[in-house]
Design a protein around this ligand. Sequence first.
Ligand SMILES: [Fe+2]
Length: 584
Amino acid sequence: MNIIGISALYHDSACCIMQDGRITAAAQEERFTRIKHDRSMPYHAFKYCLKSAGLSITNVDLIAYYEKPINKLSRQLWSGYDIEKGELKNIMDPYRPNREIREILGYDGPIVFINHHLSHAASSFCYSGFDKAAILTVDSVGEWATTTYGYGNKEGIKLFKSVDFPDSIGLLYSTITSYLGFRVNNGEYKVMGLAPYGNPIYVDKIRKLIHMGDNGQYTLNMKYFDYITGKKMYSDELIKLFDESERIPESKISQFHKDIARSLQYVLEEVMLEKAVYLYEKTKLENLCMAGGVVLNCVANSRILRDGPFKRVFIQPAPNDSGAALGAAAIAYSKIAQNELKVKKLEHVYLGPEYSSREIKNLLDATSIIYSDYEYTSNELIKVVAKKLAEGKVIAWFQGKMEFGPRALGNRSILADPRVSSMKDKINSMVKKREAFRPFAPSVLEDKVREHFDIDISSPYMLLTCNVISNLNLPAITHVDSSSRIQTVNEYTNPMYTRLIREFDRITGCPIILNTSFNVRGEPIVMSPLNALTCFINTKIDCLVLGNFLIERSNNSFTLIKAIIAKSNTAVETKLDGRLYSFI
Ligand SMILES: [Fe+2]
């Protein structure tokens, strides 16, 4: 039974393939097209899934799409009528998903459309390994629902209550994100990172934006918002409330902005915690599964885990709409399997494209790049790289299958020594160019995590934060409030990366490595060796490890290659991603 799951046409398009109840491949379209948050029908990700599974399109039994376009249309019709102009706007053609699956993917078999929040709910519960669990989904908006409460067991998933558009804690967070001069659906993470620098002195004002109700409900005070008309996220009333104009993007961040971010984060956690308590009271279940874009807020997740009533929490590693593709596939599969939920626990998210040593070597050999070949001596490679990390070098680390979801988890990562106080600035100046206030995250050996971080569970997907309690000084991965967003690593899910951190621990006594995604600001994480090489050449990263091959900047002069890339970047990319690998 081969089922394709798809999320598309809003943001973060993705495709996965489920074979007999197990996800065997999944990827976001942005990685192939190099367009961040690409929303188009995931043609390339679909092709990849088929290729990875060794199937042709005729072997696909069913495509499951992550929402019901007609339901979405009814919400858009409700909110999209411009009274002044007397016209409808921002309306998606409800036949478009079906049409594009037929015309762009070339598929003529059966398609099922799964409710948006049911897809989110299933994306968490069906892969959690729990027999039964309460389920909380929170996003900006899908069809009508913005927050849902439910539970799952082997008989299926029941969402028994929802909060509906325009009331949305996700849109409240996005509205303030926009007011603070960051992009909606992209800058929320920055607001969360900015929050610890502020004081929660505007909590009372933010509370005016939302009225907490009974039975899991809440309402937004719409006089402060303008997103229904689609002109902008906030109204002039919000500016009056804060007595300050909106921040111009990229302008200086003041203490006021930090205090607003802190106050917003405070209220978000307050709402999420209260709603989690409501869900527990209704279900009395010990396990909680969460998904939806708001669940990317790892600080709020950790608050629910720490202060909430649930004993265990599972968060879908790609909780935003990209992960909903996995949920749609799971629901479709369970329907075919006579309404009994029969999917396999998600053991890891290394589900994307991988490249053979031969492919990498062919690429390198077609250039003038000087590299070291450790193809049959990976132990030696690990020793060399760990030593370089200990010497303060910044290493781009490209291995195996690309991660599914928003985080780089040791296969498409930039690595560094977390003990070096200047490392954050160094990485920012070399490659990331991102806002100085944003923290970097660490990977830590799972069997040593408790010695260094105040957490007693694993956090394999970087979706939880906790306090740093280490005796080591770890300035490069410790946020201003002493917290850190950690990834726990073990041999079972990523042996090569674990071996590297163990070697780093052996020579330094530090079982922790700084891990940030391998990309430059504004671009998706690298996917192919060519993406990796191009990113490496265009930045100042010290070394690139491509599989078992090591490229050192100090051994190379990239001047000519850089000039060629600058002159015809697209042409070079296209040409090289085909067959002919030739920079020079
Ligand atoms: Fe969503």
